[in-house]
Design a protein around this ligand. Structure first.
Ligand SMILES: NC(=O)c1ccc[n+]([C@@H]2O[C@H](COP(=O)([O-])OP(=O)(O)OC[C@H]3O[C@@H](n4cnc5c(N)ncnc54)[C@H](OP(=O)(O)O)[C@@H]3O)[C@@H](O)[C@H]2O)c1
Length: 380
């Protein structure tokens, strides 16, 4: 690092005390000098995604938080519910750094990464958090942004876009011809609508509000079912019968959701057999739980789905591990080429690092509401 390279930067940390108190703070942290294949990035745009809330809040409710510190160095303390404190006991005492994604400018580079010095990059950082002013990442964890893309446009080029693409890959790898997607008006869900339209992959979207259904129809979605409608069960079965969906990607994950999806797919498959079998249909139905928007335990009624069904947890790294490097490179290239269109993320509020720990702001982003994605601008 040269003399102008910063040695410290503000970093948001989340620490669980042994008594079950979660402490959030902005601290002045020393920056890791980049190793030969690493770069130090000054962060300019960092999304707040659902996956960031787990390290940040650990199941704590901002409504019960105590806010202290100063405007520039806020501090938050949240007493975790006993079940959350128990579930996260493994992190007691560790100052976790939340934040996976982001974009910014390379301000220092190791010997093998000099070509990136001064370039703006988009990144996914698995080891160090992006809720800070700077982050050090390997060259494999970042990619140069095309000149015509702002850091804001490139802030989430890996997490949601690659997940949406990998969902479509999994459908094909597992031999399905159509899929169901829940919480489908999410940022990721809107990308999936555009991907499936481009790829000719039939998609059944499940949402929970009329305005979300309209939003997706305005994007061109053909099959949208609203779980708040009295005839939801019939809507879902019709869409499954029309598309031939035998797999679901469920971001809700908890409660009755995976079971309802299995049951609907089994009902359609059993009806298509033309005769009754006590063993159910001969169609394999799969539900991939890939989010946990509903934190309650998953409830399955095993007798309702026939014999051929499968519920599993799905995560992006597993699918990427199944794909050849050239396929992943093609997916990355498709994302970088489509960040203004197919993979565009819409951020409704831009906030400073200190505002991440502001009472009203925390309550708003913790809701994970449709169309209310927050972007941190650590340069503010
Ligand atoms: N497994 C992986 O590898 C992976 C990778 C990336 C993302 N993800 C998951 O992808 C999902 C979408 O992420 P995103 O960033 O696109 O989300 P987002 O834009 O923040 O949107 C969240 C959506 O979820 C809905 N929602 C929240 N709680 C719900 C509930 N209990 N039941 C039904 N709908 C609910 C919201 O609708 P309302 O407005 O009605 O509340 C909103 O439409 C998240 O679950 C995330 O964890 C998983």
């Amino acid at each position: 690092m040269n003399d102008n390279t910063p040695s410290h930067g503000l970093q948001l940390t989340s620490t669980l005390d042994a008594d079950g108190t979660l402490r959030l703070a902005l601290i002045e942290a020393p920056l890791d000098a980049p190793a030969s294949d690493e770069v130090l990035v000054r962060l300019e745009a960092v999304p707040i995604n659902p996956s960031d809330l787990m390290p940040l809040l650990a199941g704590g409710d901002p409504a019960t938080a105590h806010f202290g510190g100063s405007a520039a160095r806020p501090e938050v303390a949240i007493a975790l519910p006993p079940e959350a404190a128990q579930a996260y006991a493994g992190r007691i005492g560790a100052a976790l750094q939340p934040g996976l994604a982001g974009a910014g400018t390379v301000v220092a580079a190791g010997a093998d990464a000099q070509h990136l010095l001064g370039r703006r990059v988009t990144l996914l950082s698995l080891r160090r958090g992006t809720f800070g002013q700077y982050v050090t990442v390997t060259t494999a964890e970042c990619a140069p942004l095309p000149e015509d893309l702002s850091s804001r446009e490139g802030a989430d080029a890996f997490c949601n876009p690659m997940t949406a693409l990998a969902i479509a890959e999994t459908v094909r790898l597992d031999g399905h011809k159509a899929l169901i997607h829940t919480a489908a008006a999410s940022n990721l869900g809107q990308m999936l609508v555009r991907i499936c339209a481009e790829d000719g992959l039939p998609l059944v979207n499940v949402v929970r509000r009329a305005e979300q259904a309209q939003l997706l129809r305005d994007l061109g979605a053909e099959h949208v079912c609203n779980s708040a409608d009295p005839d939801f069960a019939a809507q879902l079965r019709d869409a499954i019968a029309t598309t031939g969906a035998t797999v679901a990607f469920d971001a809700i994950g908890g409660g009755a959701s995976p079971g309802l999806l299995l049951e609907a797919m089994e009902d359609v498959a059993a009806a298509a057999m033309g005769f009754y079998s006590p063993y159910g249909s001969l169609t394999l139905k799969q539900v991939n739980i890939y989010g946990h928007l509903d934190r309650t335990p998953t409830v399955l009624h095993n007798a309702r789905y026939g014999m051929l069904w499968d519920v599993r947890n799905w995560a992006l790294p597993r699918t990427l591990g199944q794909l050849p490097p050239e396929r992943i490179a093609a997916m990355n290239a498709r994302v970088l080429g489509g960040l203004k269109t197919t993979f565009a993320s819409h951020f409704t509020r831009e906030i400073s690092l200190a505002q991440v720990l502001d009472r009203e702001t925390m309550a708003a982003y913790a809701k994970l509401a449709t169309g209310e994605k927050f972007l941190i601008n650590p340069t503010l």
